[in-house]
Write a protein that binds this ligand. Structure first.
Ligand SMILES: Cc1cc2nc3c(=O)[nH]c(=O)nc-3n(C[C@H](O)[C@H](O)[C@H](O)COP(=O)(O)OP(=O)(O)OC[C@H]3O[C@@H](n4cnc5c(N)ncnc54)[C@H](O)[C@@H]3O)c2cc1C
Length: 493
């Protein structure tokens, strides 16, 4: 076994999650090797939408301005009855509290291409056509056996993260099992290009028709997706037949104008890995959790994992926190992912109802509640709890990203490390983080918004983590001590 290290971090799998983790870890000063068994990018879309938190993470990576023009901002996401009454309505704010539009419809391969270009700009050592096989660990690091062009070799890293998708060979190698929600629905997914969409509706919709539940998404540019639920007795083979597909698309009267880019039958699952860390090896993204796509949050959740993990790995490797901080990754991320899975399943249970009588009852009940001003499903996802956080007001929330009058975004001032913003200046000797006074010139454009936020939180100061979650609010000196103590406590734990 090699004793010296090839890298600080070995990232296995370069889907969107591995791309983001590799970039952020590099920006945090780690030497990263990223491998993928495929020599090329996966050419077909899977994710249809992502949200403003993810665009903010892309911003931290330095690619948001390149990705935004590739995407379309939808007006809303709706769940409709067969006769087009609105059961659920999620309007999309063009600028949300995190400084970006609340939802973006994307073409996943185009976005992933930008992420890969960014890895090249950051000089990440990307090795394609290299497959992870297995690994061993010792007190200092991980040794991964990989194979490329039939040749076996080893890569030695201080830590390794499996971002290697739903079948995750890394998860398998660690023997980690999955918790299954037993949500298991087969759907035909059709990706199409329509050069002349004409009056085809530009929408993101779920048609909750018990005759045939359908998803219809106008993605970016000329790309449109339909998803058709399989009914009992229907097989993948039946559904993939072109004549059948054209019959399914009949109501949209566009079969003569479209090119089918991809047709596949997917089984939508809800699964969560029982352990996300085994010593120096962790898993993230689909390797750690999978969910049905009704909330459009599978990739988003994986990218949040990457943002949560990158700075913690860097803190450990740079010696500013103990390895125990890595346990806070699953502590913080798992409840968040489970809340989103619950939302995705609640949405799926509304959409996937095939019994016509039950659908009549569902519609009546939901429409009555909606008329009374209530909506059955919320997409306000929870704050982080537990983990590397204080128990102060707003701790665990994602800090907002105010926009200045000239359009500048607040995070540009924050940089990548932890930042304490305080009304009362703090004596600055050997602090483990950057301290900025509320009256500092660099905050001038945002001071009013920050002042309001601190007043609402009833706090003199806020400590913002590198992933933009609030570590805590209160007195500046207390927050610095809590950060130090928590890192030390973790070291002792
Ligand atoms: C129909 C559908 C619709 C969806 N819609 C949405 C949506 O609207 N919004 C959303 O956020 N999410 C959505 N998702 C989910 C989203 O596509 C996934 O969550 C996301 O792509 C997972 O990213 P990942 O990087 O974790 O894994 P992947 O993208 O699967 O990447 C894993 C990578 O690991 C590599 N790999 C595997 N084994 C090895 C090995 N042994 N060695 C080296 N490399 C290896 C693979 O080649 C691959 O590149 C949807 C999914 C589906 C199927």
């Amino acid at each position: 076994m090699k004793r010296d290290f090839d890298c600080d971090l070995l990232v296995v799998g370069l889907g969107p999650v591995g791309d983001v983790l590799s970039a952020l870890a590099t920006l945090h000063g780690l030497k990263v090797i990223a491998i993928d068994r495929s020599p090329t990018l996966f050419p077909l879309p899977r994710a249809a939408v992502f949200d403003h938190e993810i665009m903010r993470i892309f911003q931290a990576m330095g690619v948001a301005e390149r990705i935004a023009p590739l995407c379309r901002v939808p007006d809303r996401y709706q769940f409709l009855t067969a006769d087009r009454q609105v059961l659920l309505d999620f309007p999309v704010a063009p600028v949300g509290v995190f400084g970006w539009a609340e939802t973006y419809a994307l073409h996943q391969p185009a976005v992933e291409e930008v992420l890969r270009i960014r890895l090249a700009e950051l000089a990440v050592q990307v090795e394609l056509g290299v497959a992870f096989v297995q690994c061993t660990q010792d007190a200092a690091g991980v040794t991964a056996d990989v194979v490329a062009d039939g040749e076996a070799r080893q890569i030695r890293a201080r830590f390794m993260v499996g971002c290697d998708g739903s079948w995750s060979p890394v998860r398998e190698a660690l023997g980690i099992t999955l918790d299954d929600y037993n949500f298991d629905e087969p759907w035909l997914v059709l990706d199409t290009i329509i050069e002349n969409p004409g009056d085809l509706p530009i929408v993101c919709q779920q048609l909750c028709d018990p005759e045939r539940p359908v998803t219809h998404m106008a993605m970016s540019g000329q790309r449109f997706r339909w998803e058709f639920m399989l009914k009992p007795g229907e097989t993948a083979e039946d559904m993939l037949d072109d004549a059948r597909i054209h019959a399914l698309l009949n109501p949209w009267q566009c079969s003569d104008r479209l090119t089918i880019e991809r047709k596949a039958v997917y089984r939508f699952h809800a699964l969560v890995a029982k352990n996300w860390r085994d010593g120096r090896v962790l898993i993230a993204g689909d390797a750690a959790h999978q969910m049905p796509p009704f909330a459009g949050q599978g990739m988003c959740s994986g990218i949040r994992d990457a943002a949560n993990l990158a700075w913690k790995l860097a803190a450990v490797i740079h010696g500013s926190a103990s390895e125990a901080i890595l346990d806070t990754y699953q502590q913080e991320r798992e409840p968040h992912v489970r809340a989103i899975i619950a939302t995705a399943i609640a949405m799926g249970e509304i959409v996937c109802l095939l019994d016509p009588a039950a659908a009549v009852g569902r519609n009546a009940a939901m429409l009555a509640r909606k008329a009374a001003g209530a909506q059955d499903v919320s997409v306000a996802y929870p704050d982080l709890v537990g983990g590397f956080l204080t128990e102060t007001p707003q701790a665990g929330a994602l800090f907002p990203q105010p926009l200045a009058a000239d359009g500048d975004r607040f995070d540009a001032v924050l940089g990548l490390g932890p930042v304490l913003i305080a009304r009362t200046p703090l004596a600055t000797q050997a602090l483990p983080l950057r301290v900025v006074s509320l009256d500092a010139p660099e905050l001038a454009k945002f001071a009013e918004a920050l002042d309001r936020w601190l007043a609402d939180a009833g706090a003199d100061a806020v400590l913002i983590r590198p992933d933009r979650h609030v570590f805590g609010t209160g007195a500046a000196a207390d927050l610095v001590s809590a950060w130090r103590a928590m890192a030390e406590q973790e070291r002792v734990a």
